[in-house]
Design a binder for this molecule. Structure first.
Ligand code: MG
Ligand code: ZN
Length: 372
């Protein structure tokens, strides 16, 4: 439309040869996002996506993304990554050893995109269907030599001014063996509004963006969606609205569908499909926000595939049969889906670490701070 107005303007004034009245319009710069929402389906390979897609008569929200890519998921020394190294690749842009939480292969802390976003005044958030101290969210905020140091990881939530987090793992904040700190009390003292599943469900909270917000969904690991967990899509609706009001500079949010991986580790086909569909519902909530906002880039990807899931013909021509070929992760390429300003940069086949560099460049962060 703008181009058309410019052409018409040029046309009209051109024939009058009235130079002073000619209006110059600079070409519009390539659009970059104000907000980035990174969504990680833990263990979500193409077979998991396909199984979800054909289990759902109306299809998946994932089908609405205009840009798609594939990533290589290997870690520093292993063809098969774990979730800690996989998340650190997204958070810091470095290939590291399996088990590393926000640490380089040389066991040095690496500066994460969440920490950097916070330093630049953006709002930040983490949402997961695992404990909040679990490898995937942890790698965005903590620096630990090993993913099993849950209490050490929990203490990092006090070191960064994260604006919102939702997940399990309350136990690691309040019943600590390594020290007697009560991290929830410390969060409250820092100005956080905190809530948890023992008080009331997330649906009954409407957090005021004047204060940072935390909700714990479980003492340790939340239950699976087949056993009644229902907060992930809700949190995916609440978090972008909340963060958008926390800072006018934009936000970085990571949302994880954690239990696709767990279902595939234990070779549970129904659970795998239901976790996939739950994650896709969260994707739908995020897309609705991004469509209305217009300045939000949504990236959906996976840290690795789990289970070596194979899809075979079921009992009849229309049904699927899921078979697992392992109870661990596999090195198969995993998909990337992107929507919003900058989405086209996520087409192609590249490394998991490139997700970090692309996000950082699209945020416009100055060079030199990466992998600090
Ligand atoms: Mg995970
Ligand atoms: Zn796993």
């Amino acid at each position: 439309m703008k181009q058309l107005v410019f052409l018409l303007t040029a046309f009209v004034f051109g024939f009058q040869s009235n130079r002073t009245a000619a209006v110059y319009q600079a070409p519009e710069p390539a659009k970059t996002p104000k907000n980035i929402i990174l969504m990680i389906g833990d263990g979500m390979g193409l077979a998991q996506v396909t199984a979800g897609l054909y289990a759902q008569p109306e299809g998946l929200n994932l089908e609405r993304f205009p840009a798609t890519g594939l990533i290589k998921t290997h870690s520093a020394k292993n063809l098969i990554t774990d979730s800690a190294a996989g998340a650190t690749a997204f958070a810091c842009g470095c290939k590291t050893y399996n088990g590393a939480i926000g640490m380089t292969a040389q066991k040095k802390p690496c500066y994460t995109i969440l920490e950097e976003a916070e330093a630049f005044g953006l709002a930040t958030g983490l949402v997961t269907s695992s404990s909040i101290t679990h490898a995937t969210p942890a790698a965005f905020i903590a620096h630990a030599r090993d993913r099993t140091y849950m209490e050490e990881i929990a203490a990092y939530f006090l070191k960064t001014d994260i604006d919102l987090f939702v997940g399990g793992g309350m136990h690691y904040f309040t019943d600590r063996a390594t020290d007697s700190r009560n991290l929830i009390r410390e969060l409250v003292e820092k100005g956080y509004v905190t809530g948890d599943f023992t008080q009331k469900p997330l649906a009954q909270y409407s957090p005021d963006p004047q204060q940072p917000f935390v909700w714990f969904s479980a003492l340790k690991e939340p239950e699976s969606v087949v056993d009644g967990r229902d907060y992930l899509p809700l949190a995916a609706r609440l978090a972008p609205e909340f963060l958008a009001r926390r800072s006018d500079k934009g936000f970085f949010l990571m949302i994880e569908g954690a239990q696709i991986d767990w279902a595939c580790h234990s070779n549970k086909d129904t659970m795998a499909v239901q976790e996939m569909l739950d994650f896709d519902r969260a994707i739908g909530e995020v897309l609705r926000f991004a469509e209305q906002d217009g300045n939000t880039l949504v990236i959906v990807t996976a840290d690795h595939e789990t289970g070596g899931m194979a899809l075979l013909r079921g009992a009849d021509r229309k049904s699927l049969k899921i078979k697992f070929t392992t109870d661990y992760h596999t090195p198969v390429l995993v998909p990337v889906f992107a929507y919003g300003p900058g989405a086209e940069q996520f087409n192609g086949l590249y490394d998991n670490t490139d997700i970090y560099f692309k996000m950082r460049a699209l945020f416009g962060f100055p060079p030199g701070e990466e992998a600090r």
